[in-house]
Structures are given as C-alpha cells and as structure tokens.
Design a protein around this ligand. Structure first.
Ligand code: GLN
Length: 447
C-alpha cells in the first residue's frame, strides 16, 4: 500500500486518481497482515485495487467525474466492491474517468484529462482512463471499472494492460452508476489474465439486488486457466479492411492470427455484414437509455444544486446546465430526440431491431467458432485533443468494441505488441455468453 501511495503521489501529473483512501487502506493492510499470519486471509489478500468513480463505496465520494454529483457520498457499498473487501482486497482510492463513463479518451472528465503513462501527450483511452493508467503506471495492482461499449477494453488496449468485460449479467450492477443499463457491465483492468480470473471469481454471481444478474453458478475461473485443446477461431474479414484501421495495428493482429494457425488452431475468415450499423445502433440505444437514467440528477436528490434557481423548473434546468458537461448534455439531447414521439419508431425501435440482428449474427458465428478475434481499437493511443472537436470521429473509434456490448457476450483485450511510437496494441477476443473460462484460458495462453 505504501509503495502504491508513493507512486500515486510521485505520478500525480497523470491525474489517474481523484483521491486516495490513505489511512483506511493502510488500516486494511494491517488487518490483512494479521489474517495472513493466522491463516484466515481471503482469496484477494494483498491485492491493492482502485475504484473507477462510478462504483458506490459507503461514505466515500461518488460522482462519475461529474460536477452534478459534487458533494455526494455513497449511502451503501456496491456488492461487487463489498465482495472485494470481504475477500481481503484493499481499496486504495477513487479513479478519474470520462463523465458518466461517456467517452473514449478520458477528455470528458470534469477533473481534467488523464495522461497515458507511455506517452504523456497521448490519451489513455476511456472511459476507464484513470483505471487503466493506474495499472499501467503501477499505482495499484488492479482496477475495477465499467464497460458499456468498450470502456474497460479500449483503455486497456491503449495502456498495454489486460481489460476484461464479462458476459452481460454475470456481475450485479447494483451500486454501479447507470449509463445504459442494457449494456453496462462491471469489468477489470489488470496486469495479467490470472488476476482478471480471480477478480471475476470473487465478484460474479447474483446478490438479490439486480434482477438482471444471472443466477448461473460461478465457476472457479482462476483454476480453469489451462487452454489444453485446439480451438476454432474466426476473424471478421471486414474489420481488417476498414478505412481508418492503422496498418501497424492490423499487422500486429494478423501476426497473432498467423501464430495461432501455426500452433495448430483452426483460423478462418468470417463474414459479418453489419459492421457499418454497429456504431449508429450503439449510440442510438445508449443515448436513449442514458437520457432516461440521467433524469434522476435534477438538483433535488443528489449532490450539486444551482444557486441561480428561482423556481422548481429553473432549479432543474440550471442545475443540469451547470452540473453536466458538454458530452453528457449532447447525449441526453440525442437520447431524448430518439425517444421522442415523432422519431421513436424511426430511430429507437429500428435500432432495437438492428441490435437483435447483430446479436443473432454474433451468436451464430460463435456457435461455429470458439472465439472471434479482432483489434480492440482501430488505432493506438491518439493525441490529446485530436478527436475532441469531432464527436463523430470519437464515436467511430468504438467500432470494434461495441459488438460484444450489443450482443452481451464476454470480451477481453490483451496487449500483443507496440507500434513504432512505442504505443501498445490490443487484441480483442470474444466468445459465447458465459464461456469466460475458455476465454480467459485462451487469452492467458496467447499472452
Ligand atoms: N466510448 C464509448 C462511449 O462513449 C464506451 C463508453 C463505455 O463503455 N462506458 O459510449
């Protein structure tokens, strides 16, 4: 804990942590030490973990890196976080992220940009940018974050670490600030696949507080990391022919593909006809859900309230105008538009139908193949400011991560190389729902 606290202070300019829980973490460490000496320590004893600022931890500030939650403290602890504590993990602090997890570069935080530790003029990715940099720069051992359309996988790819999003519903979302509820899933950023497996094993499973959480039994993922068979792997041909796909990223992923083939796995190109529809479908549905979820931040119940209000309506308007940042406002407006009576069928209903097609096609491919492999992101970490003036360019960069989110299947990003600028390249693997054991085992084998 002292080592990490020291590093956090030393590398404060990265802006990865919003705050540390210094005294508490040191006290937790002492308690864990005791347990280790008397042989009662839990599975995560010694793991020092950072929390993305979207997970409730009782009596600690929680604000999704937004000013609208300024001053708000959690009234309870998310079961996912409680299970970490119960297994003797140590929570070291709260991590910076894009406001309400909306973004792909961590440039949408009201607490300022997070810097990529490999190249300070580059973004760390987002929305879990602080969480990824924290692991990259050795500010904690692992981070727990959320992934709605790539927020754990893409920053992991940009920072050269492992980012893992389990099957939708595998982990209870209770105590996770909602962005788009039918997509949101808690995930992990780690240095190794083993750590991701161990964390999932501790955190997964229902808690009676999230009705969508799966009732399936939770396997001992960390004991199932042996990939002992030859797999059938598909790579979506279209992904590799996209304009905007960096050639170094492309070559690195195709290299892994060839290596897997040489190692005796069956690797084949597959067709996926919906690539162009992925980003529009994702943004129509997530902004719709976000506009509804964020309706609760009205200046009455949580955190910040505008001082300039004169009546109830102006209280809502002024609080929301002053409290939400630009990207969040843009998404609320987009979501409200696609849900409005005149446009509902043209956008929202249609996007739901396209989502079903994407899910069915993805599931069909995953019946024929054990894994689909593709880049996590079309580029390596881009420059700070490079995409901020063009939200569409920023959204399009999510093209490869949103498929797993639209389909609800598990996906992982593992580092497989670096480009000529020394920036990390991530390989993404997807598999069938609830087949995390094979996904983790195979990722571990590749890594
Ligand atoms: N970049 C995507 C978005 O802005 C993903 C974010 C996320 O997964 N929370 O919506």
């Amino acid at each position: 804990v002292e080592h990490y606290l020291h590093n956090i202070k030393e590398k404060a300019q990265l802006n990865a942590f919003l705050e540390t829980f210094e005294e508490e973490a040191l006290a937790q460490a002492d308690a864990v030490d005791q347990k280790i000496s008397n042989g009662t320590a839990g599975k995560l004893a010694g793991m020092v973990i950072g929390l993305k600022d979207v997970l409730a931890y009782k009596d600690h500030s929680l604000q999704a890196s937004s000013q609208i939650l300024n001053g708000f403290k959690s009234l309870y602890t998310a079961p996912a976080v409680q299970r970490l504590l119960d297994a003797d993990a140590i929570i070291i602090g709260r991590q910076n992220c894009d406001e309400f997890a909306m973004g792909a570069s961590n440039e949408n935080s009201s607490f300022g940009d997070v810097l990529n530790a490999d190249a300070p003029a580059r973004v760390p990715g987002g929305s879990s940018g602080g969480s990824a940099v924290a692991v990259q720069a050795d500010l904690c051992l692992a981070s727990i974050g959320s992934d709605t359309g790539g927020s754990v996988r893409q920053p992991a790819s940009f920072c050269g670490v492992v980012g893992f999003k389990p099957t939708y519903s595998r982990i209870s979302r209770y105590g996770l600030i909602a962005y788009a509820s039918s997509f949101d899933q808690i995930g992990f950023i780690t240095k190794s696949v083993e750590d991701a497996a161990l964390l999932l094993e501790v955190v997964a499973g229902p808690d009676g507080l999230d009705s969508t959480a799966s009732q399936r039994e939770v396997p001992a993922y960390s004991e199932l990391l042996q990939a002992d068979k030859k797999y059938k792997i598909g790579y979506i041909r279209d992904c590799f022919e996209r304009e905007g796909l960096d050639t170094e990223v492309k070559d690195a992923i195709l290299n892994v593909k060839d290596m897997l083939k040489d190692a005796g796995h069956e690797v084949e190109p597959v067709e996926f006809p919906y690539l162009d529809y992925m980003v529009p479908t994702y943004y129509i549905l997530t902004t719709a859900e976000a506009s509804s979820n964020l309706g609760r931040f009205d200046g009455v119940k949580y955190g910040f309230r505008s001082d300039n209000a004169t009546d109830l309506t102006s209280l809502y308007k002024k609080t929301r105008a002053e409290g939400f940042g630009h990207e969040v406002q843009r998404r609320i407006m987009l979501g409200t538009f696609v849900l409005s009576a005149d446009y509902y069928d043209a956008y929202y209903t249609k996007a739901q139908k396209v989502r079903r097609l994407i899910k069915e096609k993805t599931d069909e491919l995953l019946q024929a193949y054990d894994f689909l492999i593709l880049p996590t992101a079309p580029t390596t970490a881009f420059k700070l400011g490079e995409n901020t003036a063009n939200p569409l360019a920023m959204y399009l960069a999510d093209i490869f991560t949103v498929q797993a989110s639209l389909a609800g299947v598990p996906a992982i990003s593992i580092p497989v190389g670096r480009d000529t600028n020394g920036l990390s390249i991530g390989l993404q693997l997807m598999t069938r729902s609830f087949e995390e054991p094979a996904l983790l085992a195979f990722s571990n084998y590749i890594l």
